[in-house]
Design a binder for this molecule. Structure first.
Ligand code: GDP
Ligand code: MN
Length: 380
Protein backbone atom coordinates (compact mmCIF):
# COMPACT_ATOMS: atom_id res chain seq x y z
CA UNK A 1 0.00 0.00 0.00
CA UNK A 2 1.24 3.46 -0.91
CA UNK A 3 1.24 6.16 1.74
CA UNK A 4 0.42 9.82 1.29
CA UNK A 5 3.30 12.25 1.45
CA UNK A 6 2.17 13.52 4.84
CA UNK A 7 2.19 9.97 6.23
CA UNK A 8 5.66 9.36 4.81
CA UNK A 9 6.76 12.66 6.32
CA UNK A 10 5.49 11.52 9.72
CA UNK A 11 7.38 8.22 9.47
CA UNK A 12 10.56 10.05 8.51
CA UNK A 13 10.14 12.37 11.48
CA UNK A 14 9.67 9.42 13.86
CA UNK A 15 12.96 8.03 12.61
CA UNK A 16 14.86 11.26 13.13
CA UNK A 17 15.02 12.41 9.52
CA UNK A 18 14.71 16.19 9.22
CA UNK A 19 11.44 17.22 7.57
CA UNK A 20 9.75 20.63 7.28
CA UNK A 21 7.08 21.57 9.80
CA UNK A 22 3.76 20.81 8.14
CA UNK A 23 0.05 20.21 8.60
CA UNK A 24 -2.72 18.68 6.51
CA UNK A 25 -6.21 20.02 5.87
CA UNK A 26 -9.13 19.70 3.49
CA UNK A 27 -10.34 23.26 4.02
CA UNK A 28 -9.01 26.41 2.32
CA UNK A 29 -9.97 28.50 5.36
CA UNK A 30 -7.94 26.29 7.64
CA UNK A 31 -5.08 26.39 5.13
CA UNK A 32 -4.94 30.13 5.76
CA UNK A 33 -4.63 29.57 9.52
CA UNK A 34 -1.97 26.91 9.09
CA UNK A 35 0.07 29.21 6.84
CA UNK A 36 -0.18 31.91 9.48
CA UNK A 37 1.10 29.47 12.12
CA UNK A 38 3.98 28.49 9.85
CA UNK A 39 5.04 32.11 9.62
CA UNK A 40 3.09 33.30 6.58
CA UNK A 41 4.99 31.80 3.69
CA UNK A 42 4.24 28.16 2.90
CA UNK A 43 4.34 25.43 0.30
CA UNK A 44 0.85 24.14 -0.47
CA UNK A 45 0.98 20.55 -1.70
CA UNK A 46 -1.71 18.27 -3.10
CA UNK A 47 -1.94 14.99 -1.20
CA UNK A 48 -2.41 12.30 -3.83
CA UNK A 49 -0.79 8.93 -4.23
CA UNK A 50 1.02 9.74 -7.43
CA UNK A 51 4.18 11.61 -8.37
CA UNK A 52 4.58 14.60 -10.64
CA UNK A 53 2.41 16.86 -8.51
CA UNK A 54 4.79 19.75 -9.06
CA UNK A 55 4.51 19.52 -12.84
CA UNK A 56 0.73 19.19 -12.61
CA UNK A 57 0.40 22.42 -10.64
CA UNK A 58 -0.27 20.61 -7.38
CA UNK A 59 2.63 22.24 -5.49
CA UNK A 60 2.59 25.99 -4.91
CA UNK A 61 4.90 28.25 -3.00
CA UNK A 62 2.83 31.05 -1.44
CA UNK A 63 3.91 34.31 0.16
CA UNK A 64 1.19 34.87 2.76
CA UNK A 65 -1.87 33.27 4.42
CA UNK A 66 -4.36 34.77 1.95
CA UNK A 67 -2.45 33.34 -0.96
CA UNK A 68 -2.26 30.00 0.88
CA UNK A 69 -6.05 29.92 1.13
CA UNK A 70 -6.40 30.71 -2.54
CA UNK A 71 -3.84 28.06 -3.54
CA UNK A 72 -5.54 25.45 -1.35
CA UNK A 73 -8.91 26.29 -2.91
CA UNK A 74 -7.39 25.88 -6.35
CA UNK A 75 -5.56 22.61 -5.59
CA UNK A 76 -8.34 20.89 -3.60
CA UNK A 77 -10.55 19.01 -6.05
CA UNK A 78 -7.89 19.03 -8.75
CA UNK A 79 -7.43 15.87 -10.77
CA UNK A 80 -3.81 14.73 -10.91
CA UNK A 81 -3.29 11.72 -13.18
CA UNK A 82 -6.72 10.41 -12.29
CA UNK A 83 -6.36 11.09 -8.55
CA UNK A 84 -8.79 13.55 -7.00
CA UNK A 85 -7.12 15.88 -4.49
CA UNK A 86 -9.01 15.62 -1.18
CA UNK A 87 -6.46 17.22 1.11
CA UNK A 88 -3.46 19.51 0.98
CA UNK A 89 -0.38 19.68 3.14
CA UNK A 90 1.04 23.06 4.06
CA UNK A 91 4.74 22.98 4.79
CA UNK A 92 7.21 25.53 5.99
CA UNK A 93 9.19 26.54 2.90
CA UNK A 94 12.82 25.69 2.60
CA UNK A 95 15.55 27.63 0.87
CA UNK A 96 16.92 25.03 -1.50
CA UNK A 97 20.59 25.03 -2.36
CA UNK A 98 20.77 21.59 -3.99
CA UNK A 99 18.26 18.80 -4.72
CA UNK A 100 19.20 15.12 -4.43
CA UNK A 101 17.35 11.90 -5.13
CA UNK A 102 17.58 8.90 -2.78
CA UNK A 103 15.58 5.70 -2.51
CA UNK A 104 15.70 2.11 -1.36
CA UNK A 105 13.63 -0.28 -3.38
CA UNK A 106 13.02 -4.00 -3.35
CA UNK A 107 14.85 -5.57 -6.28
CA UNK A 108 13.05 -8.81 -7.04
CA UNK A 109 15.56 -9.75 -9.74
CA UNK A 110 18.45 -9.91 -7.31
CA UNK A 111 16.41 -10.98 -4.30
CA UNK A 112 17.78 -7.98 -2.43
CA UNK A 113 17.39 -4.24 -2.26
CA UNK A 114 18.79 -1.42 -4.33
CA UNK A 115 19.89 1.97 -3.15
CA UNK A 116 19.29 4.47 -5.94
CA UNK A 117 20.76 7.92 -5.52
CA UNK A 118 21.62 10.94 -7.57
CA UNK A 119 23.08 14.37 -6.96
CA UNK A 120 20.68 15.64 -9.66
CA UNK A 121 17.36 15.14 -7.87
CA UNK A 122 14.16 17.11 -8.24
CA UNK A 123 11.31 17.10 -10.70
CA UNK A 124 13.48 16.18 -13.70
CA UNK A 125 14.84 12.94 -12.21
CA UNK A 126 13.13 10.75 -14.85
CA UNK A 127 14.79 12.76 -17.62
CA UNK A 128 18.15 12.57 -15.85
CA UNK A 129 17.80 8.80 -15.50
CA UNK A 130 16.87 8.45 -19.18
CA UNK A 131 19.46 10.80 -20.65
CA UNK A 132 22.36 10.44 -18.26
CA UNK A 133 22.01 7.07 -16.53
CA UNK A 134 25.55 7.47 -15.18
CA UNK A 135 24.24 10.33 -13.01
CA UNK A 136 22.09 7.85 -11.07
CA UNK A 137 23.99 5.42 -8.82
CA UNK A 138 22.50 1.99 -8.17
CA UNK A 139 24.08 0.15 -5.27
CA UNK A 140 22.86 -3.30 -4.21
CA UNK A 141 21.97 -3.55 -0.52
CA UNK A 142 22.17 -6.92 1.19
CA UNK A 143 19.07 -7.02 3.42
CA UNK A 144 20.94 -9.12 5.99
CA UNK A 145 23.55 -6.40 6.38
CA UNK A 146 21.40 -3.34 5.76
CA UNK A 147 22.86 0.15 5.58
CA UNK A 148 25.36 0.79 8.35
CA UNK A 149 27.37 4.02 8.12
CA UNK A 150 30.06 2.44 5.93
CA UNK A 151 27.47 1.41 3.34
CA UNK A 152 25.80 4.82 3.47
CA UNK A 153 29.18 6.42 2.81
CA UNK A 154 29.61 4.18 -0.26
CA UNK A 155 26.16 5.13 -1.55
CA UNK A 156 26.80 8.85 -1.04
CA UNK A 157 30.21 8.59 -2.72
CA UNK A 158 28.86 6.68 -5.71
CA UNK A 159 26.13 9.28 -6.26
CA UNK A 160 28.25 12.32 -5.51
CA UNK A 161 26.14 13.29 -2.47
CA UNK A 162 27.79 15.37 0.25
CA UNK A 163 28.84 13.55 3.44
CA UNK A 164 26.08 15.34 5.41
CA UNK A 165 23.56 13.00 3.72
CA UNK A 166 25.05 9.84 5.27
CA UNK A 167 23.00 10.09 8.47
CA UNK A 168 19.77 10.42 6.45
CA UNK A 169 20.72 7.40 4.31
CA UNK A 170 21.19 5.29 7.45
CA UNK A 171 17.89 6.45 8.96
CA UNK A 172 15.97 5.95 5.72
CA UNK A 173 17.02 2.30 5.69
CA UNK A 174 15.73 2.10 9.22
CA UNK A 175 12.36 3.39 8.01
CA UNK A 176 12.27 0.67 5.34
CA UNK A 177 13.01 -2.14 7.79
CA UNK A 178 11.04 -0.99 10.83
CA UNK A 179 7.96 0.04 8.89
CA UNK A 180 7.88 -3.02 6.59
CA UNK A 181 8.28 -0.92 3.45
CA UNK A 182 9.05 -2.16 -0.06
CA UNK A 183 10.02 1.33 -1.18
CA UNK A 184 11.16 4.51 0.50
CA UNK A 185 11.95 7.44 -1.74
CA UNK A 186 12.94 11.04 -1.04
CA UNK A 187 12.88 13.39 -3.99
CA UNK A 188 14.06 15.96 -3.41
CA UNK A 189 16.31 15.44 -0.44
CA UNK A 190 17.64 18.96 -0.23
CA UNK A 191 20.60 20.79 1.11
CA UNK A 192 19.37 24.13 2.37
CA UNK A 193 21.16 27.44 2.08
CA UNK A 194 22.25 27.04 5.70
CA UNK A 195 23.67 23.55 5.07
CA UNK A 196 20.92 21.38 6.57
CA UNK A 197 19.74 18.15 4.92
CA UNK A 198 15.93 18.06 4.72
CA UNK A 199 13.54 15.49 3.21
CA UNK A 200 11.17 17.71 1.21
CA UNK A 201 9.05 14.96 -0.30
CA UNK A 202 8.48 11.33 0.58
CA UNK A 203 7.06 8.27 -1.02
CA UNK A 204 6.66 5.08 0.99
CA UNK A 205 5.09 1.81 -0.12
CA UNK A 206 4.31 -0.59 2.72
CA UNK A 207 4.30 -4.32 2.22
CA UNK A 208 0.66 -5.45 2.26
CA UNK A 209 1.78 -8.72 3.81
CA UNK A 210 2.68 -6.70 6.91
CA UNK A 211 -0.71 -5.01 7.19
CA UNK A 212 -1.42 -6.72 10.49
CA UNK A 213 1.66 -5.07 11.95
CA UNK A 214 1.05 -1.66 10.41
CA UNK A 215 -2.63 -1.27 11.13
CA UNK A 216 -2.22 2.33 12.24
CA UNK A 217 -1.19 3.25 8.67
CA UNK A 218 -3.68 1.02 6.89
CA UNK A 219 -6.91 2.50 8.18
CA UNK A 220 -7.58 4.91 5.35
CA UNK A 221 -11.20 5.33 4.29
CA UNK A 222 -12.02 3.48 1.08
CA UNK A 223 -13.15 6.75 -0.53
CA UNK A 224 -9.81 7.17 -2.24
CA UNK A 225 -9.89 3.68 -3.72
CA UNK A 226 -11.97 2.65 -6.71
CA UNK A 227 -15.12 1.45 -4.92
CA UNK A 228 -15.34 -1.58 -7.20
CA UNK A 229 -11.79 -2.42 -6.14
CA UNK A 230 -12.75 -2.29 -2.48
CA UNK A 231 -15.87 -4.36 -3.18
CA UNK A 232 -13.74 -6.94 -5.00
CA UNK A 233 -11.13 -6.93 -2.23
CA UNK A 234 -13.84 -7.52 0.37
CA UNK A 235 -14.80 -10.67 -1.55
CA UNK A 236 -11.20 -11.81 -1.77
CA UNK A 237 -10.98 -11.21 -5.54
CA UNK A 238 -7.82 -10.12 -7.28
CA UNK A 239 -9.24 -7.19 -9.26
CA UNK A 240 -7.57 -4.18 -10.81
CA UNK A 241 -9.52 -1.51 -12.67
CA UNK A 242 -8.05 -0.47 -16.03
CA UNK A 243 -9.33 2.13 -18.44
CA UNK A 244 -10.65 0.17 -21.41
CA UNK A 245 -14.03 -1.29 -22.30
CA UNK A 246 -13.62 -5.08 -22.39
CA UNK A 247 -14.10 -6.69 -18.98
CA UNK A 248 -11.67 -9.57 -18.53
CA UNK A 249 -12.09 -12.50 -16.16
CA UNK A 250 -9.82 -15.51 -16.08
CA UNK A 251 -8.26 -18.03 -13.76
CA UNK A 252 -4.64 -17.54 -12.88
CA UNK A 253 -2.66 -14.30 -13.10
CA UNK A 254 -0.64 -15.54 -16.09
CA UNK A 255 -3.69 -16.43 -18.14
CA UNK A 256 -5.41 -13.15 -17.27
CA UNK A 257 -2.29 -11.16 -18.21
CA UNK A 258 -2.08 -12.87 -21.59
CA UNK A 259 -5.80 -12.36 -22.09
CA UNK A 260 -5.25 -8.61 -21.59
CA UNK A 261 -2.57 -8.78 -24.28
CA UNK A 262 -4.78 -10.67 -26.70
CA UNK A 263 -7.64 -8.19 -26.18
CA UNK A 264 -5.22 -5.33 -26.86
CA UNK A 265 -3.97 -7.23 -29.92
CA UNK A 266 -7.56 -7.23 -31.22
CA UNK A 267 -7.63 -3.45 -31.11
CA UNK A 268 -9.70 -3.11 -27.91
CA UNK A 269 -8.69 -2.12 -24.41
CA UNK A 270 -9.20 -4.22 -21.30
CA UNK A 271 -11.42 -2.60 -18.65
CA UNK A 272 -9.95 -4.56 -15.79
CA UNK A 273 -7.85 -7.45 -14.60
CA UNK A 274 -9.77 -10.06 -12.61
CA UNK A 275 -8.22 -13.32 -11.56
CA UNK A 276 -10.68 -15.73 -9.98
CA UNK A 277 -7.74 -17.91 -8.98
CA UNK A 278 -7.12 -21.61 -9.06
CA UNK A 279 -9.89 -23.91 -7.87
CA UNK A 280 -12.46 -21.14 -8.15
CA UNK A 281 -15.96 -22.03 -7.05
CA UNK A 282 -19.24 -21.03 -8.61
CA UNK A 283 -19.60 -18.42 -5.83
CA UNK A 284 -16.28 -16.78 -6.75
CA UNK A 285 -17.23 -16.71 -10.43
CA UNK A 286 -20.57 -15.12 -9.63
CA UNK A 287 -18.91 -12.49 -7.40
CA UNK A 288 -16.32 -11.72 -10.06
CA UNK A 289 -18.88 -11.35 -12.81
CA UNK A 290 -21.03 -9.11 -10.66
CA UNK A 291 -18.07 -6.81 -9.94
CA UNK A 292 -17.06 -6.56 -13.61
CA UNK A 293 -20.62 -6.04 -14.83
CA UNK A 294 -21.10 -3.20 -12.33
CA UNK A 295 -18.37 -1.20 -14.03
CA UNK A 296 -20.16 1.32 -16.29
CA UNK A 297 -17.12 1.44 -18.60
CA UNK A 298 -17.48 -2.24 -19.47
CA UNK A 299 -19.12 -2.79 -22.88
CA UNK A 300 -18.52 -6.53 -23.17
CA UNK A 301 -17.07 -9.22 -20.93
CA UNK A 302 -14.60 -11.89 -21.87
CA UNK A 303 -14.43 -14.90 -19.58
CA UNK A 304 -11.37 -16.97 -20.35
CA UNK A 305 -10.94 -20.09 -18.25
CA UNK A 306 -8.54 -22.91 -18.68
CA UNK A 307 -9.62 -25.59 -16.24
CA UNK A 308 -6.81 -27.19 -14.31
CA UNK A 309 -7.68 -27.37 -10.66
CA UNK A 310 -10.61 -25.14 -11.55
CA UNK A 311 -13.41 -27.20 -13.06
CA UNK A 312 -15.10 -25.55 -16.03
CA UNK A 313 -18.52 -26.81 -14.97
CA UNK A 314 -18.14 -24.94 -11.65
CA UNK A 315 -17.27 -21.81 -13.61
CA UNK A 316 -20.25 -22.31 -15.90
CA UNK A 317 -22.45 -22.85 -12.85
CA UNK A 318 -21.14 -19.56 -11.42
CA UNK A 319 -21.93 -17.74 -14.64
CA UNK A 320 -25.46 -19.16 -14.70
CA UNK A 321 -25.98 -18.08 -11.07
CA UNK A 322 -24.54 -14.65 -11.74
CA UNK A 323 -26.94 -14.23 -14.66
CA UNK A 324 -29.80 -14.61 -12.17
CA UNK A 325 -28.27 -12.26 -9.61
CA UNK A 326 -26.85 -9.51 -11.78
CA UNK A 327 -29.19 -9.52 -14.80
CA UNK A 328 -26.55 -8.28 -17.23
CA UNK A 329 -27.25 -5.81 -19.97
CA UNK A 330 -23.89 -6.36 -21.68
CA UNK A 331 -22.77 -9.27 -23.84
CA UNK A 332 -20.54 -12.01 -22.46
CA UNK A 333 -18.16 -14.14 -24.47
CA UNK A 334 -17.07 -17.30 -22.68
CA UNK A 335 -14.22 -19.58 -23.56
CA UNK A 336 -13.97 -22.72 -21.48
CA UNK A 337 -11.28 -25.29 -22.01
CA UNK A 338 -9.52 -27.96 -19.97
CA UNK A 339 -10.93 -29.75 -16.92
CA UNK A 340 -14.65 -30.54 -17.42
CA UNK A 341 -14.91 -28.15 -20.38
CA UNK A 342 -17.55 -30.23 -22.16
CA UNK A 343 -19.82 -30.18 -19.11
CA UNK A 344 -19.27 -26.48 -18.61
CA UNK A 345 -20.10 -25.68 -22.21
CA UNK A 346 -23.19 -27.86 -22.06
CA UNK A 347 -24.41 -26.05 -18.93
CA UNK A 348 -24.07 -22.68 -20.61
CA UNK A 349 -25.65 -23.93 -23.82
CA UNK A 350 -28.60 -25.28 -21.83
CA UNK A 351 -29.11 -21.91 -20.13
CA UNK A 352 -29.17 -20.30 -23.60
CA UNK A 353 -28.99 -16.73 -22.28
CA UNK A 354 -29.39 -14.27 -25.17
CA UNK A 355 -26.38 -12.19 -24.03
CA UNK A 356 -24.00 -15.10 -23.56
CA UNK A 357 -22.09 -16.70 -26.37
CA UNK A 358 -19.30 -19.24 -26.34
CA UNK A 359 -16.09 -19.34 -28.31
CA UNK A 360 -13.79 -22.30 -28.82
CA UNK A 361 -10.47 -20.50 -28.63
CA UNK A 362 -8.92 -17.67 -26.64
CA UNK A 363 -8.12 -15.68 -29.80
CA UNK A 364 -11.61 -16.17 -31.21
CA UNK A 365 -13.19 -15.18 -27.90
CA UNK A 366 -11.06 -12.04 -27.61
CA UNK A 367 -11.83 -11.01 -31.20
CA UNK A 368 -15.53 -11.43 -30.59
CA UNK A 369 -15.50 -9.56 -27.25
CA UNK A 370 -13.48 -6.75 -28.82
CA UNK A 371 -15.94 -6.47 -31.72
CA UNK A 372 -18.95 -6.43 -29.37
CA UNK A 373 -17.34 -3.69 -27.26
CA UNK A 374 -16.52 -1.58 -30.32
CA UNK A 375 -20.06 -2.00 -31.65
CA UNK A 376 -21.52 -0.99 -28.27
CA UNK A 377 -19.25 2.08 -28.07
CA UNK A 378 -20.16 3.12 -31.61
CA UNK A 379 -23.87 2.74 -30.83
CA UNK A 380 -23.67 5.19 -27.90
P1 GDP B 1 6.33 16.01 -6.76
O1 GDP B 1 6.38 16.87 -7.97
O2 GDP B 1 5.03 15.27 -6.67
O3 GDP B 1 7.50 15.11 -6.65
O4 GDP B 1 6.33 17.01 -5.49
P2 GDP B 1 7.55 17.57 -4.61
O5 GDP B 1 7.12 17.54 -3.21
O6 GDP B 1 8.82 16.88 -4.92
O7 GDP B 1 7.63 19.08 -5.04
C1 GDP B 1 7.99 19.43 -6.35
C2 GDP B 1 9.05 20.50 -6.35
O8 GDP B 1 8.60 21.63 -5.62
C3 GDP B 1 10.35 20.07 -5.64
O9 GDP B 1 11.19 19.36 -6.52
C4 GDP B 1 10.93 21.41 -5.26
O10 GDP B 1 11.70 21.93 -6.32
C5 GDP B 1 9.70 22.30 -5.07
N1 GDP B 1 9.51 22.51 -3.63
C6 GDP B 1 8.89 21.70 -2.75
N2 GDP B 1 8.98 22.18 -1.49
C7 GDP B 1 9.69 23.35 -1.60
C8 GDP B 1 10.14 24.34 -0.67
O11 GDP B 1 9.94 24.27 0.54
N3 GDP B 1 10.82 25.41 -1.18
C9 GDP B 1 11.09 25.53 -2.50
N4 GDP B 1 11.74 26.60 -2.92
N5 GDP B 1 10.68 24.64 -3.38
C10 GDP B 1 10.00 23.56 -2.96
MN1 MN C 1 9.00 14.82 -5.38
Amino acid sequence: MDLYEHQARELFEEHGIVVPRAEVTDSPERARGIARALGGRAVVKAQVKTGGRGKAGGVRLVADPAEAEEAARHILGMDIKGHRVRSVMLAEPCEIEREFYVSYVLDRASGGFLAIASADGGMEIEEVAARRPEAVARIPVDPAVGVPTATAVRIADAAGLPPQTVDTLVRLWDVLVREDALLVEVNPLVMTADGRIVALDGKVTLDDNARFRQSRRCDEPPASADSLESRAAARGLNYVKLDGEVGVIGNGAGLVMSTLDVVAGCGARPANFLDIGGGASARVMADGLSVVLSDPDVKSVLVNVFGGITACDAVADGIVRALEEVRPTKPLVVRLDGNNAARGRALLAARAHPLVEQAATMDGAARRAARLATAASAAV
